[in-house]
Design a protein around this ligand. Structure first.
Ligand code: G3I
Ligand code: 9MR
Length: 563
């Protein structure tokens, strides 16, 4: 008898490691048994009982787990449940997530500004260069004595932020830190993590080469006269859905901000540590980064109230700027992060004395507007580099982090999808996919501290979430899985005339805010509030700060499986 494919069997559509946990989720009325079937031979290789029913706290739907962790043999399979039909196929294999790790890093290459993407590297998504950005206007909000309004500056390279074509320092900050942290945490793995970019084989790991494309841009955003950093480089308003080379509106750098400048300082201080080892290939770069970081810190000290408030700016100046604000009225966390990175790099304890590094016991997961955890991760991983004073902070910090990870794991066994992600509706913020990935990173940090496998299993569960074990049944990484995201809010993917979107980009994921007012949502339930429609910038855009934790999660899990 031939059964139909059933989308209500949810699983990681890419697959599983031979020796790791393996769970699929059935969404629907009570069933009892499941089977795992070998794809070609149609032979049943595993029989199991579904778990007790659990209720999704968000949608009230009932689910059951199919646990087939005891099946270790590599191969291609699918799952079948009673007379309900079968799941998408999946694979059991060593290195099963290596391709997703490589693709999500390669996703950054596709976001490069100011350069052609030749077919040799970009395949069928090759395209002409957009935005030279070598003659960018100084917006009146950014004017100074040395650089009056409409001064032209060169600010080439960088990555497009997201589905739009602007470049924002705040969002670059967390993105660079996440990629650099992967490098600092897993340097050996990163050495042979190659993604076929023009710089491959130049003696520098591809991850660093890719990040350099954006670092070079970031350096141009600092005003050499005073060390302050312009908040963003942008058109006054968003472009239409056109290819980069067709987007030719004038571009501006806008007011310097405290958050951009401190994020910049943190990234440059971390860059110094990383690029010191590549002095031969990149002479002087590490030094320049540290000088830039210190100058930025000095500017921040002198301008602590310089918030970027777009509405206020638009009341005073023309032209109005209405692109992404990355507005943030609280810079306490940016101070903490910058101080910690400068402290680790310079070993100068005064950075810690100037800032209250541990104002409370909260450990908010990193987002573009909340970055203090990035500093804490750095402190923990840099143990060997620390001064006696900074070492004192470590035991309590490690305890805070493992307590936090325990909180993430609490109740997962009875959660509808058996994932840390999605225990509450609050997880479904704008860019919820990055929240799942960042939870995974926090769990991996706890694993590094304790070697307790429960944290690794929790992190892998969130990767399963991202690749299909979720309430909408999509794999959120373009190019991966059977039910793929096909219409992300991403201008090149929409405008290039190619059916498949640019690969390796992480869709934002469910967000009940529905700020885009698309008409194709089918529900307001938080974990189902997703529409694979190009109109949906609130649930289906892509962004560099979402891709970076996907790179970290997949690559780190791969690195840990190798051990
Ligand atoms: O801070 C409040 C919180 O207190 C409240 O509980 C919560 C409830 O909705 O909202 C929080 O504010 C949210 C804010 O992000 C901070 O996370 C807003 O609702 C939400 O609308 C806002 O979304 C941001 C969005 O821009 C609109 O400003 C996203 O985080 C941010 O990722 C996104 O970034 C855009 C850029 O502007 C432009 N380029 C594309 C990029 C990705 O979509
Ligand atoms: O394309 C823009 C996307 O990158 C932003 O995240 C989003 C929110 O700021 O805005 C999108 O642009 C839309 C604009 O806000 C309103 N008009 C339609 C634009 C999308 O085509």
């Amino acid at each position: 008898q031939l059964f139909a494919q059933n989308e209500n069997i949810r699983l990681n559509q890419v697959g599983f490691y031979p020796d790791a946990s393996k769970v699929a989720v059935w969404v629907g009325e009570l069933q009892s048994d499941f089977e795992v079937i070998k794809q070609n031979k149609k032979k049943v290789v595993f029989k199991g009982k579904l778990s007790n029913q659990r209720t999704n706290a968000i949608s009230q739907k009932t689910t059951q787990l199919a646990d087939f962790s005891a099946l270790h043999k590599p191969g291609k399979y699918y799952i079948s449940i009673g007379n309900k039909g079968f799941s998408y196929s999946f694979e059991i294999k060593k290195d099963i997530h290596r391709e997703a790790a490589k693709a999500s890093l390669k996703g950054f290459y596709y976001q490069r500004v100011s350069t052609d993407l030749p077919e040799k590297y970009a395949g069928k998504w090759h395209r002409a260069a957009g935005h030279r950005d070598d003659k960018v206007l100084l917006h009146p909000s950014a004017a100074s004595k040395e650089r009056p309004e409409n001064t032209l500056i060169s600010s080439t390279k960088g990555w497009y932020d997201a589905g739009d074509y602007n470049k924002y320092i705040v969002n670059s900050g967390i993105t660079m830190a996440t990629l650099f942290s992967l490098y600092e945490d897993y340097p050996e793995y990163c050495k042979d993590f190659e993604i076929n970019i023009p710089e491959s084989k130049n003696g520098i790991p591809d991850l660093l080469d890719e990040a350099l494309w954006n670092l070079r841009w970031m350096l141009t955003m600092q005003d050499p006269n005073d060390g302050g950093v312009y908040h963003k480089l942008t058109n006054p308003s968003f472009d239409g859905m056109v290819m980069p080379d067709k987007a030719i509106k004038p571009r501006y750098v806008v007011q310097k901000s405290i958050t951009a400048t401190l994020d910049f300082a943190a990234v440059m201080a971390q860059s110094n540590r990383i690029f010191k080892a590549y002095e031969k290939q990149l002479p002087g770069l590490a030094d320049s980064c540290l000088i830039a970081a210190k100058k930025a810190w000095a500017w921040a000290k002198a301008n602590p109230k310089a918030l970027y408030l777009q509405n206020e700016i638009n009341k005073q100046f023309d032209p109005d700027v209405v692109t992404g604000e990355y507005g943030d009225r609280n810079s306490a966390d940016e101070w903490i992060w910058a101080a910690i990175e400068l402290w680790i790099t310079t070993k100068d304890d005064s950075y810690a004395e100037q800032t209250d590094l541990f104002p409370d016991k909260n450990l908010p997961l990193p987002t573009w507007s909340q970055v203090r955890m990035l500093g804490y991760y750095s402190l923990i991983r840099s143990e060997k580099l620390l001064t006696p004073k900074s070492k004192q902070a470590l035991p309590a910090l490690k305890k805070m982090l493992t307590d936090f990870a325990d909180g993430l794991l609490a109740g997962v066994d009875q959660q509808a999808y058996h994932t840390v992600m999605g225990k509450t509706a609050r997880d479904y913020m704008w860019g919820s996919s990055s929240h799942a990935a960042n939870q995974g990173i926090a769990l991996l940090q706890a694993y590094q501290i304790t070697s307790d496998k429960k944290y690794l299993i929790g992190a892998l569960g969130n990767l399963d979430y991202l690749l299909g074990r979720n309430a909408v049944g999509y794999s959120f990484l373009t190019g991966f899985g059977s039910k793929q995201v096909m219409h992300p809010h991403h201008r090149p993917s929409e405008a290039d005339g190619i059916v498949e979107p640019v690969p390796g980009l992480l869709s934002g994921g469910p967000n009940p805010g529905q700020q885009d007012k698309c008409t194709t949502y089918t529900t307001k339930i938080a974990d189902e509030s997703f529409t694979d429609d190009v109109c949906s910038y609130a649930s289906n855009e892509i962004a560099i700060n979402w891709n970076a934790p996907m790179v970290y999660l997949t690559a780190a899990i791969e690195a840990l499986q190798k051990k």
